[in-house]
Design a binder for this molecule. Structure first.
Ligand code: RP5
Length: 176
């Protein structure tokens, strides 16, 4: 079946090899939404729907997509094949897998041949969140409002750690 790609206003596309990846990739969608970045998301598989992957990847740039985020598990070739078909930055998120805990996904995403880069993130939810943040950092180079939101995000992280430390100091004081 031919998949038509229509311009949707999305700046980032999230592709995942199966809907079983969605619970983890929801972190990626949520992070992009929190920053107000319009994103497309699709299930498509290098092995199960190879033509859809090739077609989407080769048309993504003309559809206005600026960064491609690809999540797959096991023999995780999605990010690599997308990178083969597009000159856009491709971010790979290795999914935890049933038998090898995602180490298979990590290796098959990260070990690209020279000349075809895939920026590979941590296995699982941290990787899903960080891929979204990295995509936002790329877009923020030419977007002041995103730069401000990233600065606020960093500030919130630091405040969270400062609050944790304050609780720890109270606890230690009570114990002494
Ligand atoms: C990969 O195989 C998918 O990305 C998923 O992580 C894994 C298992 O897929 P399902 O069997 O759950 O569809 O292609």
């Amino acid at each position: 079946m031919k998949r038509e790609t229509k311009a949707t206003g999305a700046r980032v596309a999230i592709l995942m090899g199966s809907d079983s990846d969605l619970p983890i990739m929801q972190k990626c969608l949520d992070t992009l939404r929190d920053f107000g970045v319009p994103a497309d998301a699709h299930v498509m598989s290098t092995h199960r729907s190879p033509h859809a992957v090739a077609q989407y990847a080769s048309r993504a740039e003309e559809q206005g997509i600026e960064v491609l985020i690809c999540a797959a598990g096991g023999a995780a070739h999605l990010a690599g094949v997308v990178a083969a078909h597009s000159a856009l930055p491709v971010l790979g998120v290795p999914m935890p897998s049933k038998h090898l805990s995602g180490v298979d996904s990590l290796y098959s995403t990260v070990q690209m041949p020279g000349g075809v880069p895939v920026a590979t993130f941590a296995i699982g939810e941290a990787g899903a969140t960080n891929a979204a943040l990295f995509a936002i950092q790329v877009l923020a180079r030419k977007d002041n409002s995103l730069r401000e939101k990233l600065a606020a995000h960093k500030h919130k992280l630091a405040c969270g750690v400062r609050d944790q430390d304050a609780v720890l100091q109270e606890h230690l004081k009570r114990e002494s």
